[in-house]
Design a protein around this ligand. Structure first.
Ligand code: AMP
Length: 440
């Protein structure tokens, strides 16, 4: 735009569905991350990091070419060499690719976790974004139901430590093997062929390519057309049934409560046997916070050797929304800093820096801000309050004496309690009294 000859630049905005996480919110994320790190570590899981961009082929071959994610939601483009690449829409495919490429899967058991941004071109709304973040856990090389249960236990432990157990429910289903589902899909297509008039466009489109996705339909007419449809559980092989039965027994013994939902199919093709989802009523429409299951065929499908595997992914944004709305984040985690040094009068910067340094050395867990921009006592105190610190340390030169006397004052910003310190070296010692033992 040009106004009276001045060229005014338009401000650029973030891309729709891609959020900035501002400092206040970042504290909520850090809290959640710290609990997640502790829990996965306590189960002996190790971190793996892999790229955000991969060959498009990787996601087509793993997630499935006729899934919503691959058909409609991927950010795919030709890079400058003309290679077709995609922003990762989820983590499992990249994790398997990386682990296999570096020989972590051959004849070994692995317990891994990852975290990071994922990209799906979905319709943005509360709890659903185009760039979102996941924590994920993947376990490789173990076949029995014990490892499925261990992975579920990790999520249950996380909810417990976050104070969310009562707000989340676990739904599980046995979707059998890929062959079972192929037979089932044929039966479902045959059934739906007699109901074409009752289906919507979406269901008609999926009827031949991916009929199981129709089971998720929210359309009432479609749902009622499905009432007498064949059931997947009637097509599941005996081994899968035994695996699932043992898994349920173990969960029951561990007192992890679950509900069986035979409509749960998940939107990714690579799963087999047990799949699950943790959902909540506290988020409105986007109630799924964690999804997972077993995917024994995936490593092979991506060119590796047969390797049993299972895992889950948690949506971080949804968990943060939940924690915030239920007020589950402790105030201490949301405090941006602890101590603010107010420096009144000229040429005290170097003293202020040494005091700040001494406090940081004595209490490495406290955040210490040293005022840097001059100004009067009142305006500095205002900044001290606004910083969120609990304690202000005021350094002031006493009058115009030739040998200036230093006076330090420590003031609690919570209740105004003050302590005068004449020896500047005593400040760190005295500050400790303004904080609880567990805080410093
Ligand atoms: P999925 O990879 O589809 O199994 O998703 C696993 C979890 O990631 C879900 O349970 C959600 O919590 C989260 N999630 C998936 N898609 C989105 C999205 N578009 N925006 C925010 N969170 C998402």
């Amino acid at each position: 735009r040009v106004i009276s000859g001045i060229n005014i630049m338009e401000k650029l905005q973030a891309i729709r569905g891609m959020n900035d996480i501002l400092p206040e919110e970042a504290l909520e994320w850090e809290y959640l991350e710290s609990i997640f790190y502790r829990v996965v570590k306590s189960f002996g899981y190790r971190e793996i990091r892999f790229p955000i961009v991969e060959q498009t082929q990787l996601f087509k071959r793993s997630i499935g070419a006729v899934t919503d994610i691959v058909e409609k939601e991927m950010y795919s483009f030709d890079d400058r060499n003309g290679d077709n690449v995609s922003l990762r829409p989820e983590g499992t495919a990249g994790c398997v690719r990386a682990a296999d490429q570096h020989g972590l899967l051959y004849n070994q058991q692995q317990r891994l976790w990852y975290q990071g941004p994922m990209f799906r071109h979905e319709r943005p709304q509360k709890g659903r974004y185009r760039q979102f973040h996941q924590f994920g856990v993947e376990a490789f090389g173990m076949s029995g139901p014990a490892i499925d249960v261990e992975v579920i236990q990790i999520s249950a432990m996380l909810w417990k430590d976050l104070g969310l157990t009562q707000y989340l429910k676990l739904e599980i289903n046995n979707i059998g093997s890929a062959q079972d589902r192929k037979k089932y899909a044929q039966a479902l297509t045959a059934y739906l062929s007699g109901k074409v008039d009752e289906l919507d466009d979406d269901a008609r489109n999926r009827m031949h390519s991916n009929p199981m996705r129709i089971l998720d339909s929210k359309n009432e007419a479609v749902r009622s057309a499905l009432v007498d449809a064949p059931k997947l559980c009637d097509f599941v092989n005996q081994d899968s049934k035994t695996h699932f039965r043992k898994l349920k027994e173990l969960l029951t013994e561990l007192e992890v409560q679950f509900i069986e939902n035979n409509r749960l199919v998940r939107g990714l093709d690579y799963y087999n046997n047990c799949v699950y989802e943790w959902t909540t009523d506290t988020l409105g429409a986007q109630g799924a916070v964690c999804g997972g299951g077993r995917y024994d065929g995936l490593v092979r499908q991506l060119g590796g050797r047969e390797t049993e595997a299972c895992g889950f992914a948690i949506g971080i944004e949804r968990l943060v929304l939940m924690l915030r709305s239920l007020n589950k984040i402790p105030a201490s985690a949301l405090r941006p800093t602890d101590v603010y040094l107010v420096v009144v009068g000229g040429s005290l910067e170097s003293e202020a820096f040494s005091v700040a340094e001494a406090i940081r050395e004595k209490y490495p867990h406290l955040g210490v801000i040293c005022h840097c921009a001059g100004g009067k006592f009142n305006s500095q105190m205002k900044r001290a309050y606004n910083s969120g610190a609990r304690v202000a340390v005021v350094l002031e030169r006493d009058g115009e004496a030739t040998v200036p006397l230093m006076e330090g004052k420590i003031r609690s910003l919570d209740d105004g309690a003050e302590s005068i310190v004449t020896e500047i070296d005593n400040i760190p010692e005295k500050i400790g009294k303004f904080f609880g033992n567990s805080e410093v």
